[in-house]
Design a protein around this ligand. Structure first.
Ligand SMILES: NC(=O)c1ccc[n+]([C@@H]2O[C@H](COP(=O)([O-])OP(=O)(O)OC[C@H]3O[C@@H](n4cnc5c(N)ncnc54)[C@H](OP(=O)(O)O)[C@@H]3O)[C@@H](O)[C@H]2O)c1
Length: 325
């Protein structure tokens, strides 16, 4: 099979190779998926660049979609031919979706509703599930104001849609380049985080009280805003990312006097019941055609290095997807 891989950390063009590898057989409880698409996320790029390799060769990418073409013992034979999307394909496993075939535990291959194409299927494992879990953590948000930072990013674009679907009023932050994208997702207001005083505008838009909740993709940028009073008393901040690795100062008095809660999570490590619940809700919304998917760039597998560079550059509006087939 054709596959892309790396065997050491480094720049995309220096370490990513495309070549032939043997096709594996599924063992007990596993399915083999003939991949159509492979989604590229910032985590895949960070892993290639600097996370210690857990095997001599890594086929990158956790997200992707395709069709089950073989099943191992213990898996219902009727799953052969099922269209699926994958989660965690390259999390704590060496061989991810940047290949013509992936073998993985059957629960990591989720039925893709007929109305959803394989490109959109490659955006569900990380962007959509991260966004949906972030929104679910906020509970009932109908009529409440939620601030979504990076509302034009891959995760943020879905987070805005999920929050709006639950009846929230959404304030997003985005650069001028991505502000239209955030509005298209349904954001009621978009603040140019590069040019505007975000804390002042959020307070203006909330009668001085602050947002009831925050869904945050860059805690380095958001922590100082918490100190500036962007979160209403008893508010919840859910953060899933930071532009800078390492410790981030946070105002304890702001957290204390606001009785605020901070929840941080990584989508790879959702508890089984959290993942089941999120997948159930996501499947319903997909089947009902209630989500917009945004593919900003599609490239063939041979151009995997260019796909990584595009994610690194951060200029693409929408997800970066590789056509494997
Ligand atoms: N914890 C988890 O499980 C999890 C899951 C998914 C992603 N993440 C992390 O979350 C982050 C975003 O992921 P993604 O896939 O959505 O990335 P993405 O689509 O590549 O979005 C990144 C874009 O967000 C915008 N941005 C950056 N900093 C911002 C800030 N402080 N405020 C507002 N917008 C900002 C920038 O665009 P503009 O400046 O042009 O607007 C940037 O190009 C990454 O760090 C990723 O590793 C974590």
């Amino acid at each position: 099979m054709r596959a892309a891989w790396y065997e050491r950390n480094g720049a995309a063009r220096e370490v990513l190779e495309v070549g032939d590898m043997p096709v594996a057989e599924p063992t007990r409880g596993e399915v083999r998926v003939r991949m159509a698409t492979s989604g590229v996320n910032p985590s895949d790029v960070k892993g290639r660049r600097g996370r210690p390799l857990t095997a001599p060769r890594i086929i990158p990418h956790s997200d992707g979609a395709g069709t089950i073409d073989a099943v191992g013992p213990g898996v219902e034979a009727r799953r052969v031919g099922e269209r699926v999307w994958l989660w965690n394909a390259q999390w704590k496993r060496p061989f991810g979706t940047a290949a013509e075939y992936v073998v993985l535990p059957q629960e990591q291959a989720v039925r893709l509703p007929e109305n959803i194409d394989f490109a959109a299927g490659a955006c569900l494992g990380i962007p959509a599930l991260t966004a949906l879990h972030s929104v679910r953590l906020h509970g009932d948000i109908a009529g409440r104001t939620i601030l979504v930072t990076g509302a034009g990013s891959a995760v943020g674009h879905y987070a805005v849609q999920f929050a709006k679907a639950r009846g929230a009023r959404v304030i997003g932050t985005a650069s001028d380049q991505k502000s239209a994208h955030a509005r298209q997702a349904g954001a009621d207001f978009v603040i140019d985080y590069r040019g505007k005083d975000v804390a002042r505008v959020v307070k203006e838009l909330t009668g001085g009280v602050g947002a009831a909740g925050v869904i945050d993709m860059d805690f380095t940028g958001t922590a100082p805003l918490i100190g500036d009073g962007i979160v209403a008393p008893h508010g919840l901040v859910v953060s899933y990312g930071s532009n800078v690795a390492g410790p981030i100062p946070l105002s304890f008095p702001a957290m204390l006097w606001g009785s605020l809660t901070l929840k941080v999570f990584v989508v790879y490590e959702l508890r089984p019941e959290e993942r089941r619940a999120a997948i159930g809700e996501l499947t319903g919304m997909l089947a009902a055609g209630r989500l917009r998917h945004s593919i900003g760039l599609r490239l063939p597998l041979a151009e995997v290095a260019a796909a990584h560079e595009a994610v690194e550059a951060g200029k693409v509006v929408g997800n970066v997807v590789i056509d494997v087939a």
